[in-house]
Design a protein around this ligand. Sequence first.
Ligand code: UDX
Length: 436
Amino acid sequence: MKLSVIGCGYLGAVHAAAMASIGHEVVGIDVDERKIAALSVGEAPFFEPGLPEILQQGIASGNLRFTTDMSEARGAKVHFVGVGTPQQKDGYAADLTYVNGAFEALAPYLSPGDVVAGKSTVPVGTAADLAPLVERTGATLVWNPEFLREGFAVKDTIDPDRLVVGVPQDESGEIAADVLREVYHPAVAKGTPFLVTDLATAELVKVAANAFLATKISFINAMAEIAEATGADVTQLADAIGHDVRIGRRFLGAGIGFGGGCLPKDIRAFAARAEELGRGESVGFLREVDAINLRRRERAVTLVLDALDHDIVGKRVTVLGAAFKPHSDDIRDSPALDVAVRLRGLGAEVTVTDPQAIENARRQHPQLTYVADRDEALRNADAVILVTEWDEYRRNLSPEHAATLTTGRIMIDGRNGLDAAAWRAAGWTYVGMGRP
Ligand code: UDX
């Protein structure tokens, strides 16, 4: 099928390449010329495992191309819109400038019978606002939220755990749902749940899923705060409650909390939208979820301070990690970098290392020192803090080896990813989060 993908950021670039890899003829469109130039030669503008391979295959096969020219959307049967919805500069709500702009730019090239599938994470009600613009052209607007995780984006797009399509409640909606079944044929054939809903429900599914995940993380971080006051161990607590299948152990990793381009801004936009709907109190807990999350960053800084007996000025602190999570070079709202910046603000000499995210981090925080090589970064450190649980720092760094590099023997484990007993046995002062 001929498809267009409007917006070639994280979501759109992966979607375009993934759709080409399952046999569709795809044109990816974005206003950013540099991004399009890179994608056109098969280069991913960000680190995502598996993406360069499917980009190059798609381009070589002739199934995939990229352009800045919106008129090339003409002739596609389905148009996916996956532009960004960042947090507004002066508030918590989502900024819909790019979404509105993309729909206005696309509308002149739509034909009767086309399907426009919104993929961006939007406040509930956005699709209803955009529908008249699309319907005037004879096309149908559906909302098809995306649940991809960075680092697993290719797999999550080609083989998702569910597909959700919100459609208009008339015959055009049924037809459009069938068109999307055809687009996602390999997943549908293998029995992946395919849920057809109304537009508002589909928009809400996405924000509800992210709100739940954020709440789960903040729940365990709240338990970490209680554990800290009582001498209990939050990781054992998470293991114990996680055995209950109704709870489950995943997303119960206590530490410096969540960041990234989705969870923080999505819960804020959800709370802001609920206020607009007069239902602010229904998701009032999301403010608490946000507050708990931000407190953990501060807590990590306090742990470093305490470990250095509050004598931090001029002390060398090595920060292991800059990305908001491993397998990513994304530093948007990264708790790791936030901790690094705060430590520097207190007067420490901060050295940051990360296997993928240094370039992005340097652009945003040029005041920090960056060292790509892990061992070089550790050399002569007075204290070390692990903030992104890359295998390089978690599995593949032995405390004995680290001790040959550093001056001090202080390890603050901001992700509870290390074997506390092993680090202590090697002579380190090991401090976890929510652990005695
Ligand atoms: C998230 C959702 O998982 C995904 O479904 C949605 O489409 C986009 O937002 P992503 O931002 O890629 O995906 O990251 P995710 O893996 O969810 O992690 C988010 C943050 O939570 C990271 O900073 C991670 O370190 C943190 N986290 C995760 C924890 O602090 N503890 C955990 O137990 C799990």
